[in-house]
Design a protein around this ligand. Sequence first.
Ligand SMILES: [Zn+2]
Length: 279
Amino acid sequence: MTLATLSEVLQPALRGGYAVAGLVCLGWEDARAYALAAEAERAPVILQAGPSCRAHTPLPVLGAMFRHLADSVSVPVVVHLDHGYTVEDCHDAIRAGFSSVMFDGSRKPLAENIAETAAIVELAHNAGVSCEGEIGFVGYSGGEASAGTDPAEAARFARETGVDAMAISVGNVHLQQDHEGGLDEPRIRAIEAVTDVPLVIHGGSGVPLAERTALATCSAICKFNIGTELRMAFGAALRAAVNRDPARFDRVQILKETHDPVMEAARAAIRAMGASGKA
Ligand SMILES: [Zn+2]
């Protein structure tokens, strides 16, 4: 049994100079590959269920599945809700056995984001669960534009909400398919100077690997969310498996061939954050 809260993996990461991978799961095949990747790297890992994952599979099924994976490996596994948008989302996740929730109030006015996040932090902490919040707005490639995190607002957000981790907007963008967008390091330094809360980068796939490593080692960034690059590895492996034999129709046979490439991609992401051997 290695279920852990977000705090239990991010506080050691903050002290130890590495970051923990928040790996975006869409189902059993990728979640299992990520858990085994963490086991192989001897690294803590965060299995996270975002909105599209939850639209496909009911939350109680995901909670049971991720907790089963936590039980089956010997490294710490955080069962995390990514982008909960309402109290109900977070409450349902806690009931479904998640050990950590993210409440995303980043589209709301500051005072509202603070008030609602603080209420969910209280709800989560009363249940022994961690809570991540977001200050500033991390945009979407080809969609909504970002609003960079203001350091003074970040300090106030951290102080008044009591969050265990804080997602910030510092040049990162969701859903990027290349590694070309570097981060605004002066803004990261200004934020970490005014708060002790571990920082989170959403849209980690868009951050160059060398920059991920440097920031994981030498900044308060303790969690990079990685989704797009792993979904691309899964998609490429699935396409190759389907095309290899047009007569094959059994989905278990086909999906089996996604396991090794997805696990390798996850191991590479974990290694780039300096987390290998830290469990
Ligand atoms: Zn995100």
